[in-house]
Ligand binder design. Structure first.
Ligand SMILES: C[S@@+](CC[C@H](N)C(=O)[O-])C[C@H]1O[C@@H](n2cnc3c(N)ncnc32)[C@H](O)[C@@H]1O
Length: 387
């Protein structure tokens, strides 16, 4: 029997809120449980560290809360935000040296030398004097490191380390679980960013220079609060990677500003030892600056030697710096069996299949047919990014 129109309106008023309530409860449920069932599509570009994990244990339950992931790439929105902050505080984007000098007004910055002089003679009101000077610190650190002399060790500024990280992390679709080796990590100008991003013990480095190792271990790791990441930094100069273990496989191996300083023969020794440790299909080797160790052999011979090692030259990349007018050049190698990179759609389809959810294309079909129960509709909305 047809309902009178007022009764029909009343029924709608009762049904729509009830339906909305049902949908929002289901959406909330799905929203809460989905992240724990499948990684977010952006997860591979996110650091899930430091893992500020709290465990609340009662006799029956354990609750885990993880800090929000840190993005690898500085987005255009980040840059726009920073520019707006500079503008709203009336700060210039660029200042000439003279203008910079004028800004100092009465402030006379102390040079590293002056700071070091003061540290060495325990100048100031809050330093423990004489023999007490190192009794009150767990990790007494040489003054040269405290004034960060090592930040000026390289041709490019310290900030270039972040640029290298951003390029390599994006180019290799790095995830926090990946295993990474840096050949010649120096003072950790680049490595710090990897250590922060990766899970504990996932960063390995072979470095020959004692001063750099001191800077890395005695200053940078404690000063950056990264000791808990337990990076494996090994002293050595002869491409002996045995201390990292026989079974380790790397997702990323890189040499930043290193191979150009090493005899070609030693570079090839390193490649011979590492080629078999590159995770098949996924692993990449990146080399910066130039590949003269290869090109000096002549094109064909260079290719032959790489092929013999099971390596294939992929291509040359450049990467702009965020903070200064500079770009990095990188050469990428991988194992030749590498299958074509999947498209984002293919990855989503596979992910959905593995999790038992409708794939985006199936979701479209269901949506087009107007089928599905409320929970399924909420799920489709979620997949669609609408919830
Ligand atoms: C220019 S620095 C670059 C450091 C770091 N990769 C970066 O980009 O900040 C070169 C580093 O390679 C290291 N190195 C040179 N030859 C090496 C070798 N045979 N084995 C291990 N490290 C080496 C040097 O000691 C130095 O720390």
């Amino acid at each position: 029997m047809a309902m009178p129109s007022s009764a029909s309106a009343t029924a709608r008023m009762l049904t729509v809120p009830a339906l909305l309530l049902l949908l929002s409860s289901a959406a909330l449920l799905v929203f809460l449980i989905l992240p724990s069932l499948s990684p977010s599509p952006a997860a591979h570009l996110c650091a899930c560290s430091p893992p500020t994990t709290t465990h609340t244990t009662t006799t029956v339950t354990t609750t885990t809360t993880t800090a929000s992931p840190a993005p690898v790439t500085t987005s255009p929105a980040d840059v726009a935000w920073l520019k707006s902050q500079l503008a709203s505080n009336s700060l210039p984007l660029l200042a000439s040296h003279d203008a910079w000098h004028r800004l100092r007004k009465g402030i006379n910055p102390r040079t590293r030398e002056q700071q070091l002089f003061d540290i060495n003679r325990h100048h100031g009101i809050s330093h423990y004097p004489d023999e007490e000077a190192t009794n009150h610190t767990a990790l007494p650190c040489p003054g040269e490191l405290l004034v960060e002399e090592h930040h000026s060790n390289y041709g490019e500024p310290w900030a270039g380390g972040r640029d290298v990280f951003e390029f390599l992390a994006n180019a290799s679709a790095l995830t926090p679980r990946d295993q990474v080796l840096e050949i010649g990590c120096g003072t950790l100008r680049v490595g710090l960013h990897f250590i922060r991003f990766l899970e504990a013990a996932k960063f390995h480095c072979l470095e020959r220079d004692e001063l750099s190792l001191m800077a890395a271990l005695r200053y940078e790791l404690p000063a950056q609060g990264l000791l808990y990441k337990r990076p494996m930094i090994v002293r050595g100069e002869d491409m002996d990677f045995s201390r990292f273990g026989d079974t380790v496989m790397y997702d990323l191996i890189y040499a930043s500003a290193v191979f150009l300083h090493i005899p070609d023969k030693l570079v090839w020794t390193g490649l011979e030892r590492l080629a078999g440790k590159l995770r098949p299909q996924r692993g990449r080797i990146f080399v910066s600056h130039n590949i003269k160790f290869c090109s000096r052999l002549g094109g064909d011979e260079c290719t032959r030697r790489l092929t013999e090692l099971g390596l294939e030259y992929v291509g040359k990349h450049t990467h702009d710096s965020l903070l200064f007018n500079h770009y990095e050049i990188w050469w990428q190698h991988h194992t030749p069996e590498l299958v074509q990179d999947k498209t984002a759609e293919e990855e989503e389809e596979e992910e959905a299949e593995a999790e038992g959810w409708p794939s985006p294309s199936e979701a479209e079909e269901i949506a087009a047919a107007g089928a599905g129960d409320p929970l399924e509709r909420v799920l489709l909305l979620y997949l669609d990014g609408s919830v």
